[in-house]
Design a binder for this molecule. Structure first.
Ligand SMILES: [Zn+2]
Length: 298
């Protein structure tokens, strides 16, 4: 087995351990630092998107930067897209990825969720190369199918890769949505200002089960677990003018301090909003939701 392959498998194992510790969104500094193998430090990231650590034959990681409200990395059907470095197909980084494609070398895809945070996906393969659009196509495979002793049988795995890639795309979308929304609201509940990230969710304004739903920040509101459930269940609504309304029958209820402070006192308060205009809740989406809230509120 080559040194390159040995390092690659060690990197996969290290990532698996890091995800077990930190969850599936990893900080950039951790990936930049990397791990130590046979007394040598192997970083997983550099300022460049396509990264080949010293002494490796092929690139080890491909990184995408977090994008704005619209994310075209994973929104098209089929596999993932990865843009060339620059516009020169013969730049050595692009050539390196083309060689990885030719030799079916497994890589790591680092998906930028918000600045400084990445989801790692592995093993991925470069499935196609389109110099016309300066884009590589990336397929994800099953990490449990690859080990030091057992290199993957690449040719037989194509249907499996298509299936796994589609699942990974859904996961990247969902996790990306969560991180971007919570980040846009400066890590707090838009109703009660609770700042514990573990207790925060990204609520959809138009639920993702609806055809009109969008996985964009302007269709999300960062809410704590309690307020997310209250919002989803139409106990609390938000008017298109960003004012919180508590359902009539709940306002009339008398119960302990949780209902009083946690729910009833929010009535007629204004929600906390993102600072950036493009991340503000879309008024059309809010109206869609508010109409349904009004229906159950009477
Ligand atoms: Zn809250």
């Amino acid at each position: 087995m080559s040194f390159d392959y040995e390092i690659r498998i060690a990197a996969f194992d290290w990532l698996k351990g890091q995800v077990a510790i930190h969850g599936d969104v990893l900080p950039r500094r951790l990936l930049e630092k990397g791990f130590v193998h046979s007394g040598q430090r192997i970083p997983l990231m550099s300022p460049q998107g396509i990264f080949r650590p010293k002494r490796l034959d092929y690139p080890l990681t491909i990184t995408t930067a977090p994008e704005g409200p619209y994310d075209d990395r994973v929104s098209t059907d089929g596999l993932l897209n990865y843009r060339y470095r620059g516009s020169d197909p013969s730049h050595r980084d692009n050539v390196g990825l083309r060689q990885a494609m030719r030799d079916k070398v497994p890589l790591i895809y680092l998906y930028g969720v918000v600045p400084g945070k990445y989801m790692a996906v592995w093993p991925v393969y470069i499935a196609a190369d389109d110099p016309g659009s300066l884009t590589f196509t990336v397929a994800v495979d099953d990490a449990s199918m690859i080990s030091v002793e057992r290199p993957m049988d690449y040719e037989l795995a194509e249907p499996r890769r298509a299936y796994i890639t589609s699942q990974v795309k859904v996961r990247l979308h969902q996790r990306g949505f969560r991180e971007r929304v919570i980040d846009a609201y400066r890590i707090q509940c838009a109703f009660c200002r609770l700042r514990h990230e573990e207790l925060l969710d990204a609520a959809h304004i138009i639920p993702d089960t609806e055809p009109e739903s969008r996985p964009t920040v302007n269709n999300g509101i960062a809410l704590c677990k309690l307020h997310h459930a209250a919002f989803d269940n139409f106990i609390i609504g938000v008017s298109p003018g960003y004012i919180i309304e508590v359902r009539e029958d709940v306002l009339k209820e008398h119960d302990g301090p949780m209902l009083q402070h946690g729910i009833k006192e929010l009535h007629r308060q204004r929600i906390i909003l993102p600072r950036r205009e493009e991340f503000m809740p879309d008024k059309g989406f809010l109206e869609w939701r508010y109409e349904r809230f009004k229906e159950v509120s009477v």
